[in-house]
Design a protein around this ligand. Structure first.
Ligand code: CTP
Length: 415
């Protein structure tokens, strides 16, 4: 099926920027460029100075049909680091040297490729090639981890004979592997087809009286992003949402609730027919034991006391009731992120927990971005730096798919 997806025209309408850096594997980028063109993509090529030592810009110019840029300062009018970034659906850096990985990880911008990278927000795929000792050097590992945590797809180089004559991991990835990564980034993935996913989102509001309530700062953005991502990847979604200003994604069955108790009822109704529960809601932990039936009047009072009681722990309750469902929770923490998240994972009997530090600058409640660490009951851990919630939603789905769902043999991840 992936071969079918590689058929001519599949990448029609897509525009890629191909960055070529100074590795002996630079000549192999020619094959990648031809394959992308055969599949209908338009491709603009940027080369570093090192790359031009191995292969001439003219080769890429002829095969791409576009001018190749090698110099950030070629002319004051063109500003290639901006113009090349415009309209890019994806950036592919192939081959990528250890030097390039270091610059990209640190955000250095001293040539046209590294500077252009700071101007794009589209998917970035990197295909490293270098000697084995370099690939396994702790500094390179650190840079690769930093890029992956930022959502960059860094492919693993292959094991085999290298230019040095050694046999080790460092060979430029196979053309098919690179094309699969481009497809996964650019074509709709349908890997959640057949899954019925129950997603909770937003805060709950616990009435103090008919006009006032206890609540929290949750906007619902993370849960709505997850619902949208599941839909985009072919799954069915029931979204149970507390009060939120957001419009539910189209194609999603939405149930609106206000209180923790209404949320518990709605989720309970749909739980038995779902295959995965993702509990992104920020459920209020406490509610007034007896809300006032009429509006509370000031009447000269200077203080007022309310007796609060705990709301039901919906996630723990549903997890205890599960038959074959995969159950995913969130941990909103302000300190000791990982140890508190691990405690919740165990205590609530979850398959996965998404731990996020709600005090993180630029992330957390209300923000469009989030940073998180995903922990599994089987001990795996994936950390993600600050990224748009919609991208993090895809990473959460990837983790659930890889660690908890069994994908039937032969099922394609790409349609
Ligand atoms: N949760 C729930 N019902 C509650 C409270 C929380 O289902 N009454 C769920 C949340 O949706 C989240 C997970 O439990 O998926 C963890 O929520 P969090 O607020 O991080 O932790 P709590 O369990 O409420 O514990 P604490 O407030 O002490 O950190």
């Amino acid at each position: 099926m992936v071969d079918e997806a590689r058929a001519a025209g599949t990448l029609g309408g897509k525009h890629l920027v191909l960055g070529v850096t100074g590795s002996i594997a630079a000549y192999k980028a020619v094959g990648v460029l031809r394959a992308l063109r055969e599949q209908g993509a338009t491709v603009s090529v940027l080369m570093t100075r090192g790359a031009t030592k191995f292969i001439t810009p003219l080769t890429f110019e002829v095969l791409s049909g576009h001018r190749v840029v090698t110099d950030l300062f070629e002319s004051p009018e063109t500003m290639p680091h901006l113009t090349m970034a415009e309209g890019a659906d994806a950036v592919l850096v192939a081959p990528a040297t250890a030097h390039f990985l270091a610059k990209a990880a640190l955000g250095l911008a001293d040539d046209v490729l590294s500077t252009m990278l700071l101007n794009v927000r589209c998917p970035v795929i990197v295909a490293p090639a270098m000697d084995g000792e370099m690939w396994t050097h702790p500094t390179v590992t650190q840079h690769v981890d930093a890029l992956r945590a930022r959502g960059v797809v860094v492919l693993d180089p292959e094991v085999g004979p290298l230019a040095s004559g050694r046999i080790a991991q460092g060979r430029f990835p196979a053309e098919g592997t690179i094309l699969d990564a481009v497809h996964a980034a650019l074509l709709p993935q349908r890997d959640w087809r057949g899954q019925r996913v129950l997603v909770s989102a937003g805060p709950t509001q616990e009435p103090l009286d008919p006009v006032r309530f206890l609540s929290n700062r949750s906007s619902g953005k993370m849960g709505y992003a997850i619902a949208e991502a599941v839909c985009a990847r072919g799954g069915d979604v029931v979204l149970v949402t507390g009060p939120s200003a957001l419009t539910p994604p189209s194609g999603v069955t939405t149930v609106h609730v206000n209180t923790a108790s209404e949320m518990a009822d709605a989720l309970s109704r749909h739980f038995s027919s779902c295959t995965v529960l993702i509990m992104a809601a920020a459920v209020a932990d406490f509610r007034p034991r007896v809300p006032a039936s009429g509006k509370l009047k000031k009447q000269g009072k200077v203080a007022i006391e309310f007796a609060l009681e705990a709301t039901p722990d919906i996630l723990a309750m549903l997890s205890a009731r599960r038959t074959s469902q995969v159950v995913v929770g969130f941990a909103a923490e302000t300190e000791q992120l990982l140890s508190h998240a691990k405690d919740k994972l165990r205590a609530k009997g979850l398959d996965l927990i998404v731990a996020n530090d709600v005090t993180h600058a630029g992330g957390g409640f209300g923000s469009d971005d989030n940073a998180a660490t995903i922990l599994s009951a089987t001990g795996e851990q994936r950390a993600f730096g600050l990224m748009p919630k919609r991208r993090l939603a895809d990473e959460i789905l990837n983790a659930v798919r890889d660690l908890c769902l069994v994908v039937p043999r032969g099922q394609s991840l790409v349609e």
